[in-house]
Design a protein around this ligand. Structure first.
Ligand code: SF4
Length: 218
């Protein structure tokens, strides 16, 4: 398993490769970020960004979305995978925000556990929203962060998403959690891709057993 020192060296190289790493979802309010993040599950940010301008023009906030018909939401997000389930979830989430959290709207609850009571909101979504909208430190583990962490051998291959998150929080200083999460996502999305990772000439190949094996077998 890669030591903390070696991992932080590898992470510093990853940071240099993608200094511009940032969240790619387009949003104007914490509520819109929440909805866009729910929509992004098993879908690309690009695909979500194509659909959300019309969705947010029609239903810009929780009050407006809570009064939509589910068919209206479906029609606006049908280009996104799992759109029927997601339409139900964002309608119900908006209704709960208005009914249960009306006192703090247009803000969202700044509490991970409370956010996770909303339909379609898991730990990853809650972490993204708290970090991006409010600067509350957290590491959202998506498919890219999980894959890169396993390839760099900082967790067991069978580790759960929660175990990956806990390990990253142990290894990375808290003031770098949010930015490191963006660096790891960009690295996984554009370099250490699921299929055909760019191992030949990878700047962190020296730290990566997986990459060395991959090149041997190519
Ligand atoms: Fe990813 Fe390959 Fe680089 Fe390892 S060597 S980090 S698997 S691209």
């Amino acid at each position: 398993m890669l030591s903390k020192k070696r991992y932080l060296e590898a992470l510093a190289i990853i940071e240099e490769m993608f200094p511009q790493a940032h969240g790619e979802l387009v949003w104007e309010t914490p509520f819109q970020l929440l909805i866009a993040t729910i929509l992004s599950a098993q879908a690309t940010d690009k695909g979500v960004n194509k659909a959300t301008p019309a969705l947010f023009a029609a239903f810009p906030d929780a009050q407006a979305m809570s009064q939509a018909k589910v068919e209206e939401i479906e029609a606006l997000i049908r280009t996104i995978g799992l759109y029927k389930t997601k339409a139900k979830n964002i309608l119900r989430t908006s209704q709960m925000l208005v009914a249960d959290f009306g006192g703090i709207l247009p803000d969202l609850p700044k509490d991970k556990k409370l956010l996770q009571t909303l339909p379609g909101v898991g730990r990853k979504t809650a972490n993204v929203v708290l970090a991006e909208a409010y600067g509350i430190p957290g590491i959202a583990v998506d498919t890219h962060v999980e894959r890169v962490s396993k390839r760099l051998d900082i967790v067991a291959q069978k580790a759960t998403v929660l175990e990956v998150e806990e390990k990253l929080m142990k290894l990375i200083p808290e003031d770098k959690w949010v930015q490191s999460h963006h660096h790891l996502i960009f690295f996984g999305r554009y370099h250490c891709t699921a299929k055909k990772p760019k191992c030949a000439g990878c700047p962190v190949l020296d730290y990566c057993k997986f990459g060395k094996k991959y090149l041997e077998n190519e």
